[in-house]
Design a protein around this ligand. Sequence first.
Ligand code: ZN
Length: 468
Amino acid sequence: MPLKITFLGAARCVTGSRYLVEGNGTRVLVDCGLHQERPHRERDWAPFPVRPDSIDAILLTHAHLDHSGLLPKLVREGFRGPVYCTMATREIVQIILLDAASLQEEDAEFKKNRHKREGRTVAHPEIPLYTEFDARACFPQLTAVDYGQPVAIGDGFEAAFFDAGHTLGSAMVRLKVRDGGEERAIVFSGDMGRPGKPILRDPTNFREADYIVVESTYADRLHEPEEQTIAKLAEAINWTARAGGNILIPSFALERSQEVLYYLNRLLLQSAIPHLAVFLDSPMAISITELFEQHPELMDEETRALLRAGRSPFDFAGLHLVRTVDESKAINHIGGTVIIIAGSGMCTGGRIKHHLVANISRPNSSVLFVGFQANGTLGREIAGGSPEVRILGKDYPVHARIVQFTGFSGHADQNQLFDWLGRFEKAPRGVFVTHGEETVSEHFAGMVTERTGWRVSVPDYGETAELD
Ligand code: ZN
């Protein structure tokens, strides 16, 4: 069967998920993500390797930008097919793409002014990768499908989405391709969540597949247990409250912000932390939190029961939802300790930068990293212990207390990845390890081969593999 897959991102890196599957004259793209790691960002500007109008459909696993963020560009360049995704992803991705577009526009404007001021000529034109107009233009193509509902595409392709437990609406994708009497099934893990985590339902296990594309973000480590994470969070908050500084929590608007609210709520109910003012300083996170409250059917039993009883686990006394920039700036004038949750999650943009400027050099403030910090981001620099960092064009010494958490992760750890792979009952024809830092993916691939004897590889960026 002449079937092939080309890895157009998240290959030996963690962002830019895009996998092109071709066969029977049909082309399907699984995810259409942005590269967020600085050394790879050029790839987002490069022309797509096949004509966008020759792609029959896109399958979107979830709304995070590194899986969805290049959609507006592909549509602008001529992609006219459906973008299949779950109902919740369809709602969330519109919020996320509009925000991304406005950040791209602001960023281009900011750079243009700076380069003009510095009298510099630069190689890249200071234009946004795409605009709000481009983002809106792709919305009509977003097509919601239910979990488990098969969708026929082109000649002999059939796709279905299954719970991934990673974000609200997140999915693993199974793609079946029929050619004459033969059939091949490819399972894409997407970003795989963690079984047993609060709020969302658990990731799906599969029993068979011919090919598996599995993520490896945290394939080199084991997450700390939940109780330990909660205790550490309480300790960090209490320490800062005693010291009199502020608590900054850089956070992704989708999932992590709601999770942080959920745990703060729990700590307050247990009286494990003082009643501090908590600012959710992100219009996007606020909108997404509202969507969480509208989708109890996607939650685990415990959360569903709370929502049904009219008690949101994401709301509590002392929580302030900050929508305007003026309100956001005003937070810096409040005396005493406050908790600020703001984006972006890796400090690459957004309101968190202004809060970092105000707090990063204060020894009594703290920055709590609750999400993955990719190489080449400001978040990684701070979390990695840089004594001085550059924020919005100025250098600041780092005196704030830096605390890193792995227990919040929305990704399966090494044991959980092995457990998921272990549910496949017979050896697949091939496994591709993606969405991880190079050394992590390679090491994990080696471990899988050693334990199972399966054919496992770590594809390169742009590599094509035949799926026979
Ligand atoms: Zn994700």
